[in-house]
Write a protein that binds this ligand. Structure first.
Ligand code: 5GP
Ligand code: ZN
Length: 113
């Protein structure tokens, strides 16, 4: 298994994990871009949004709802936060395992890259 996030999910690489269930894991980004920067990752290895189909619609819904719950736990629900999914090289995706960035705790600028 070459995927770094699959290795984190398997416990082979340490991470600052703040949530885990059968479907998702959430851990703090190793290079945070904001005071709160959490990656929320499906346990199943899906490379990117390009690989999603109709069968994944409810999983993606639960992913967003989990991000909302973690934002509340991290006390950034009221102040606001940003959810980002990068897809492919020009989208800025570096790790080829689908993940949602939850960022907050500071006023984020409007630039997208
Ligand atoms: P992408 O650019 O693919 O959307 O985001 C990948 C993110 O994963 C980056 O923000 C990067 O800092 C983070 N990351 C890469 N390797 C590791 C790691 O081993 N542990 C953790 N916690 N985050 C990682
Ligand atoms: Zn993976």
């Amino acid at each position: 298994m070459e995927c770094i996030f699959c290795k984190i999910i398997a416990g082979e690489i340490p991470s600052d994990t703040i949530y885990k269930d059968e479907e998702f894991i959430a851990f703090r980004d190793i290079q945070p871009q904001a005071p709160v920067h959490v990656l929320i990752v499906p346990v199943n290895h899906i490379v990117s949004v390009n690989d999603l189909g109709e069968k994944d619609a409810s999983m993606i819904g639960r992913l967003i709802l989990l991000a909302k719950r973690i934002a509340e736990q991290e006390h950034i629900a009221e102040s606001g936060y940003r959810l980002v999914i990068n897809c492919g090289s020009e989208g800025g995706q570096v790790v080829p395992h689908l993940h949602l960035h939850l960022m907050g705790g500071i006023r984020l600028n409007d630039r997208m890259g």
